[in-house]
Design a protein around this ligand. Structure first.
Ligand SMILES: Nc1ncnc2c1ncn2[C@@H]1O[C@H](COP(=O)(O)OP(=O)(O)OP(=O)(O)O)[C@@H](O)[C@H]1O
Ligand SMILES: [Mg+2]
Length: 259
């Protein structure tokens, strides 16, 4: 079993420390939800784990499959089996969804098996259609430029389509639920659940308990001021929904300056 092990991570952006001693281990098969107020560093954590070059790791380690992945580029991390569904997916004009996914998939297959010749196109087309059907996406999306002109909810579905195609071992979902209508939330959650199993570990960043009704977490963590301050089970999310973050702030801020 592969684990993603994050140890005492500290991250600066533009000289300001945002992640301040973050610790977490995510094993394949587990779903960890992270909740926390705006600006507390959740997306910063996600970008840092994936290897965004603007995020400066000042100390700490992140281990995955026997490697300190902080030494790897984002594409190497992806081929190793890490995946990030963006909070704000960007458009890539000129690159169709189908071409993007096929290129990314072939690259990942080749990392697993250097002899791999790439997925045959008919097989790829069939797979893509099946996955689009699960996510109730119109097949015409395959021929559209990635995220260009997609609605907020369509972008979120496209992120999960990528996840379904690449089959990562650890997936970070940054507010995949935001911008989805009620039906889409259920459909996208079902898409994630279809991928759930002993092979997949998930770090699910969210503001709302609602998605956790569909994607049942094994652990719920509260992030405040750049680190985890509380951990529990699904009940913790229900408690937060009812009581907000005030009690967490009172317990941990104590006059200290935390985001
Ligand atoms: N490129 C940047 N330059 C300057 N500050 C940044 C940059 N990126 C992030 N920050 C700051 O880092 C802090 C953490 O931001 P981050 O996006 O990680 O928060 P978050 O917990 O994901 O919030 P939200 O719930 O609103 O998505 C914020 O104060 C943000 O303004
Ligand atoms: Mg965020």
């Amino acid at each position: 079993m592969s684990e993603l092990v994050i140890r005492d991570l500290h991250v600066n952006i533009e000289g300001k420390e945002i992640i301040k001693g973050f610790n977490l281990t995510i094993s394949q098969g587990e779903v960890h939800a992270i909740m926390g107020p705006n600006g507390t560093g959740k997306s910063t954590l996600a970008y840092t784990l994936m290897g965004h070059p603007a995020y400066e790791v000042t100390s700490g380690e992140v281990w995955f499959k026997g490697q300190n992945i902080l030494e790897l580029e984002a594409d190497e991390r992806s081929r190793l089996g890490l995946f990030l569904a963006f909070q704000y997916p960007v458009a890539i004009p000129g690159v169709t969804v189908a071409n993007f996914l096929r290129t990314a998939l072939n690259s990942r297959r080749k990392a697993v098996n250097p002899e791999d010749k790439g997925i045959p196109i008919p097989e790829f087309r069939k797979m893509l259609k099946e996955k689009m059907d699960i996510l109730r996406m119109d097949h015409s999306f395959g021929g559209r430029y990635l995220n260009e002109g997609f609605s907020g909810g369509e972008k979120k579905r496209a992120e999960i389509l990528q996840m379904a195609t690449l089959r990562p071992e650890i997936a970070i979902l940054d507010e995949t639920d935001s911008g989805l209508d009620i039906d889409a939330l259920r459909i996208v959650s079902e898409g994630v659940n279809a991928l759930r199993g002993p092979e997949l570990g998930v770090l699910l960043i969210t503001h709302y308990q609602r998605i956790l009704n569909y994607i049942k977490p094994d652990f719920v963590h509260v992030m405040l001021g750049g680190k985890i301050v509380e951990s529990g089970g699904p009940d913790l999310a229900l408690h937060l929904e009812e009581h907000g973050y005030e009690w967490v702030r009172e317990k941990y801020e104590n006059g200290m300056t935390v985001a």
